[in-house]
Ligand binder design. Structure first.
Ligand code: N2P
Length: 359
């Protein structure tokens, strides 16, 4: 768009009484909603903010095109495949005065998904692990319950007992398959179909005891005491811990990255190639890149971010918690994964359908 077009659009919008829209598609439970209003006030854009809880759902929209979104937030592995498919447009750092706030440590780690960071900016990152209602679980499994081990959810003897108080698993094959492989001592990032196949019996053996495969309901279910264990995302489980504290319902939730090792993932903001409002997209990116805004978001959702300048504004509960900002020892136990090729992905998708349906 040249200046004339932008002005013409602005004049039309003003005459009609509408603000220009920016459409953002982000994960659920992933922002302090006060920031959404603040963005509108500061920029004059109208923000349409929709949420999802599945990379597969987002990927279907990205590969089909015409999503209508200006910003989307795929996880690194999925981003990489979507970049290859031509789903995104390059980000223009010249339009981002806050670009210098980015953290080189995170840039180094996301470089494998988006070499040179041409198409994406880290929003947040975290780990996948165990959300546990310790009182309920020790009641059923005893004081020695392996609350920080994958044994809790992959040993059928444990799961049979836990079925009584309720267990949710993420509905995400790229989370559960690597975890099952890690549990049996295989490479969680294996692309060898024979190795990947070894995850199926592990997951099928506990399938009868999984109340639900769902990637966002566990946040309230854990907090309410409706379930006692979730295999889910770090910050979501920490949010559920806080919701229980706020409700004063006596439920105490603890998050652990499994001692065997946890997956560490990076969620990346990107602009679809056919975004209706790329300037608005850059305005949103720059708003999030502001150190205080980014800190407000992390302080609210308990996820670490890729913004070094935000760290001085993080509360101790966030920057000081090694479940969120891992120390060197914890970091060593975390693994990352890379995408499956299209053929392996189809095999994995079929396998996941079989596991969930119990057939
Ligand atoms: C936010 C979950 C984001 C983690 N609720 C998935 N990468």
């Amino acid at each position: 768009m040249n200046m004339g077009t932008i002005l013409a659009a602005a004049v039309l919008a003003a005459q009609a009484g509408w603000a220009e829209e920016v459409r953002v598609y982000n994960w659920s439970d992933y922002i302090d909603e006060d920031l959404l209003a603040k963005f509108e006030e500061e920029t004059g854009y109208e923000l349409i903010y929709d949420v999802f809880d599945s990379n597969e759902v987002l990927e279907t929209k990205m590969l089909a095109g015409g999503s209508g979104y200006d910003i989307v937030v795929p996880t690194g592995t999925f981003l990489q495949r979507q970049i290859t498919a031509g789903a995104f447009q390059p980000i223009d750092p010249a339009k981002l005065s806050n670009f210098g706030n980015l953290w080189d440590l995170v840039l180094d780690r996301t470089d494998i998904y988006d070499p040179g960071g041409l198409y994406s900016i880290n929003y947040m990152w975290g780990t996948t692990g165990l959300g546990v209602n310790v009182a309920r679980v020790t009641e059923l499994l005893g004081e020695d319950a392996p609350v920080d081990s994958l044994e809790l959810i992959f040993d059928p003897a444990n799961m049979e007992k836990l079925a009584e108080c309720g267990v949710h698993f993420l509905d995400a094959p790229t989370e559960l398959i690597p975890a099952a492989l890690q549990y049996i001592g295989q490479d969680p990032n294996s692309k060898d179909e024979d190795v990947i196949a070894m995850a199926e019996p592990v997951l099928t053996a506990v399938r009868p005891f999984v109340q639900k495969y769902h990637s966002s309901e566990y946040v309230s279910a854990l907090a309410n005491g409706d379930i006692c264990v979730a295999f889910g995302w770090s910050g979501d489980i920490l949010q559920s811990r806080d919701r229980a504290v706020e409700a004063e319902n006596g439920v105490e939730i603890v998050y652990s990255a499994p001692v065997e090792g946890a997956q560490m993932w990076f969620d990346q903001m990107a602009i679809p190639v056919d975004a209706p409002n790329p300037d608005g997209a850059h305005a949103f990116l720059n708003f999030i890149l502001d150190a205080e805004n980014m800190a407000a978001a992390s302080n609210y959702v308990y996820y670490a971010n890729g913004n070094l300048a935000s760290q001085e504004f993080l509360v101790e509960d966030v920057i000081g918690d090694t479940a969120i900002y891992p120390d060197a020892a914890t970091l060593e136990t975390l693994y990352t994964i890379t995408p499956y090729d299209a053929r392996t992905q189809r095999t994995v998708t079929r396998m996941w359908t079989r596991i969930k349906s119990g057939t």
